[in-house]
Design a protein around this ligand. Structure first.
Ligand SMILES: [Zn+2]
Length: 342
């Protein structure tokens, strides 16, 4: 049985299909050492999804032998777009397509149901916070970092003095939609890449799975006629296969990842001149690939990050650790920090 002073916080990472849960005690020790997932039922709307989160919380408490009364605060993270305080955008999104989600106060809804304080972050920011804490440990509050996580889009976050920069409207750290110079990055005759957000030539238009499908693959397939990837049913299917080709050293795939590494390096160069962080984290499938390919990619990103000599001496380039658990763990750290700040 937990005593009065042995309270914990719970981290709940809400995804399109699964919830991932973890428990963090007051001494910053995780009581769960692996991925524990339950169905998120997000597509069935907010009422069902909130009940699914309650089940995820009860399940993780049961597994760790912690009583519900010992939970002081819950950290919740989900994909965006949402406000800093967890209100889902009114125009809806891929992940929250059910009508009930439009303008729904996700954080407030879970808080009311649990009768416990709930702290919200978007999943990229939560993962960035986790990477920062793993890297700097007890010194986290004295350092800053920037994380770029390549997935369907390009997510991540900016951490300053150990805290997530959220911005006035909760829209800080949207690294995917930062414009980068395209000169020297695009191939001959390659059209300016378009992003789902409406911008042309931002980081996500290159460094994301969507960018591969919509912009990079269509161009490079014209340059590599008869490439096997051109014979795959659709561009969406072919885009998902590019990484495995990259791991094998395929020339077309390497061209694509070369451009992605350059885009991320240019983003990090902007970060270097903006907040001059101590660490640059890179996450996503591309760095969870075969070690030789991962090292090649990281080296290319680093090469394309233009740092001044003083910056290069102190900068750390790392991979976001345990990306599958990073959201839940970051959400839990944010919850613990909220308690300490009170
Ligand atoms: Zn964009």
């Amino acid at each position: 049985m937990q005593g009065q002073d042995s309270w914990v916080v719970v981290g709940l990472d809400n995804g399109g299909n699964k919830n991932n849960a973890t428990v963090l005690d007051r001494s910053k020790r995780f009581l769960v050492d692996r991925l524990v997932e339950t169905p998120s039922r997000v597509q069935e709307g907010p009422d069902v999804a909130i009940e699914a989160l309650v089940l995820a919380l009860d399940d993780i408490l049961q597994r760790t032998g912690v009583a519900r009364e010992s939970v002081r605060c819950v950290g919740l993270d989900s994909p965006g777009p949402a406000s800093a305080d967890g209100v889902i955008e009114s125009r809806g999104s891929t992940n929250f397509s059910h009508e009930g989600w439009r303008g729904f106060d996700f954080r407030g809804g879970l808080e009311a149901r649990l009768e416990l304080p709930v702290v919200y972050n978007n999943d990229g920011n939560a993962a960035a916070l986790y990477a920062h804490h793993v890297c700097f440990g007890a010194e986290a509050a004295r350092h800053s970092s920037v994380s770029a996580i390549v997935g369907t889009g390009l997510g991540g976050g900016v951490i300053e003095a150990g805290h997530i920069i959220k911005g006035a409207a909760g829209m800080a750290g949207e690294l995917g939609h930062v414009h980068i110079p395209m000169e020297g990055l695009l191939g001959e005759g390659q059209p300016l890449p378009h992003c789902n957000c409406g911008f042309d030539g931002d980081v996500e238009s290159i460094a994301s799975l969507t960018g591969i499908e919509k912009n990079l693959l269509p161009y490079w397939l014209l340059r590599f006629e008869d490439h096997e990837l051109g014979k795959v049913g659709s561009l969406a299917q072919a885009a998902k296969l590019v990484r495995s080709y990259g791991e094998k050293g395929d020339c077309l795939a390497r061209k694509i990842f070369e451009q992605q590494a350059m885009a991320i390096g240019r983003l990090f160069t902007i970060a270097a001149n903006f907040t001059d962080p101590d660490a640059y984290f890179l996450g996503g499938g591309v760095v969870e690939a075969a070690p030789r390919f991962r090292d090649w990619f990281l080296a290319r990103v680093r090469e394309n990050t233009l740092l001044k000599e003083e910056q290069a001496r102190v900068a750390r380039f790392e991979v976001v650790p345990q990306l599958d658990m990073a959201g839940a763990r970051g959400a839990a750290i944010a919850a613990l920090e909220t308690i300490h700040a009170r």
